[in-house]
Structure formats: C-alpha cells, structure tokens
Design a protein around this ligand. Structure first.
Ligand code: GUN
Length: 286
C-alpha cells in the first residue's frame, strides 16, 4: 500500500486553516531567512510560502546576500527574536561554509524555533517534554505512521542516516514511552557494518541517507513498512532531471506492506508540520 503523504498533509493544513480562520483578524507570522541562492533552498522556500499563504500565516522572507557575515546574520535574528509580531523564525539550511550553523541555531529564541533545531528543543524531544518544538520531518513521519494506523510499539525501527535534522531526532521521538512510539530503534549510518543485515531486520525502515535509490529490494524484509525521506535529483538519459527518493521505489513497493512515494510522501508532511509548529507558537501568544 502506498501511503499518501500529500493527502494527510492536506488534512492537517485544512484543520490549521479552520482554526486560524476563527482567530481572525489575528494572524501568525513566519519569518524566513535565506542566505544566498541555493536552488534547492529556493524551491523549499517557495513551497513553504505557498503552504503558509494557503492557511493564513503571514510569510516574510529575508533574502540575504551570500557574502553576509555571521555578525550581520546574528543581528537580523536578534531583531526577529524581539519582534512580538513574529511567531516563528526559520533559517534555511545549508548556510554558506564560513558561517557557523550551530551558533546561528543557538541564537534563535527557542520559543520561536519552529524548525525544532535549537538544542533546548532537541533536548526536550529527547526527554519527551511536549512543550518544545519537534523537528518537522521526524514529526511528519510519526504522524504519517499514526494516521496510517501503523503501531510501532515493540517493533524494530531501523533509521538509515544520523543527521541532526532527521535521523537523530526521529530516533528520540519513536523510542519515547508514549502511544504510537515505544519502538526499538536502531540508527545505522555510513560506518555501520553489515548494513544489509540490519535493514533486513527492520519492521519499519526509514531511509534518510541522501543517496538516490540507495535502499534496494534485497535490503528490505518482505511485509515491512518503508519510509523514504530522500529528495534527490537524478539525471535522466534524455538530460532532464527526475525527483527520486533514497529507496528504489519501483522494486521495493512490491515487497513492502506500506511505502511512501517520492514525491508525495514525507515531503508534504514536513511542510504541514512546519505549519503545525507555527500555529503552536502563535496560540501561546493569543
Ligand atoms: N534544509 C533542508 N531541510 C530544512 C528544514 O527543514 N529546515 C531548514 N531551516 N532548512 C532545511
């Protein structure tokens, strides 16, 4: 069965829109900082703006020059931290190499950190304190599983990829002593030995590696659930590009009990969860 992330994301967005309609004329504000012109970042930001427009969240983009120094970026964040009309601050990653991403994340007011990247929010996710913001992609995956009625309690979830944005926070969330969590979680990565044995032992396999079609059919147990976090542009023989995930979808779909497609799986859920986090921040102020 193919999990329709687009549909589930739409449901979430509609619920947020209805709640925001009731709070009019008050509106939340998401302020986004983009440094430079990374083409993937520009695409993501366009999608985030469209989603915000749709549900009634004000979206301000601060598009800063590639060569801006860290001090000037910190000043901009400090301004947004102190602006009462701003509910969410999102600094699009990656940042230019000469800027220290950790310092930038640390400077964001944790109460406006709708990405859930600030160490305070990461720590709250780890200890299961729901007052913070969860990182959008892991939260989206948890909701996808829940809405598809896939209970991971006692199951073996294998996450391939240990990024701060997906792998690590997802492991923290799915191992919590909470409903629709309680999983046994393994995080595998580029140094893991016998990866195929690990992935084949997964009841739920999450691919968050960043390599097109890395997870092949032989790495997947028949009947397992496969969640594909990858967003890769693959060159085609006719020199066009195609969006593909980290899973060899065409071959894996026949043996998985559930699988998320790319596009239309995890991606839309990430954006829906950003809306959710902005709403969560906003209602704490109204
Ligand atoms: N770059 C890739 N994904 C994300 C995300 O979820 N948030 C931010 N801020 N940057 C990203």
């Amino acid at each position: 069965m193919i999990i329709n992330g687009k549909e589930i994301a739409k449901e979430i967005a509609l619920k947020i829109k209805a709640k925001l309609d009731n709070l009019k004329p008050k509106k939340p504000n998401l302020s986004v900082i983009l440094v430079g012109n990374n083409s993937a970042s520009l695409t993501y930001i366009r999608m985030k703006k469209k989603a915000c427009d749709h549900v009634g969240i004000d979206f301000d983009l601060y598009h800063l020059d590639e060569n801006i120094d860290e001090k000037a970026l910190l000043k901009k964040i400090s301004y947004l931290n102190n602006d009462p009309k701003v509910n969410g601050i999102l600094v699009q990653m990656p940042l230019p190499k000469k800027i220290n991403e950790n310092e930038i994340i640390l400077s964001i007011n944790p109460k406006k950190d709708v990405d859930g990247f600030h160490p305070l929010n990461v720590g709250k996710a780890l200890i299961g304190d729901d007052s913070g913001f969860l990182s959008c992609t892991p939260l989206g995956i948890k909701i996808l599983l829940e809405k598809s009625n896939i209970d991971i309690q006692g199951k073996h979830v294998v996450i391939v990829g240990r990024s701060n944005i997906v792998g690590k926070p997802l492991a923290a969330i799915l191992m919590q002593k909470k409903p629709f969590c309680n999983a046994t979680v393994t995080v595998a990565h580029s140094y893991s030995r016998d990866l195929i044995q690990i992935t084949r032992s997964a009841d739920v396999l999450v691919a968050a590696i960043g390599k097109p079609k890395f997870i092949t059919k032989d790495m997947v147990k028949t009947g397992s659930v496969v969640i594909d976090v990858g967003i890769n542009l693959e060159k085609q023989s006719d020199s066009t590009t195609k969006l593909v995930g980290d899973v060899d979808f065409e071959n894996v779909k026949d043996i998985a009990s559930y699988i998320t497609p790319v596009p239309g799986g995890v991606g839309p859920m990430t954006i829906a969860c950003l809306l959710h986090n902005v709403y969560k921040s906003f209602i704490q102020t109204v």
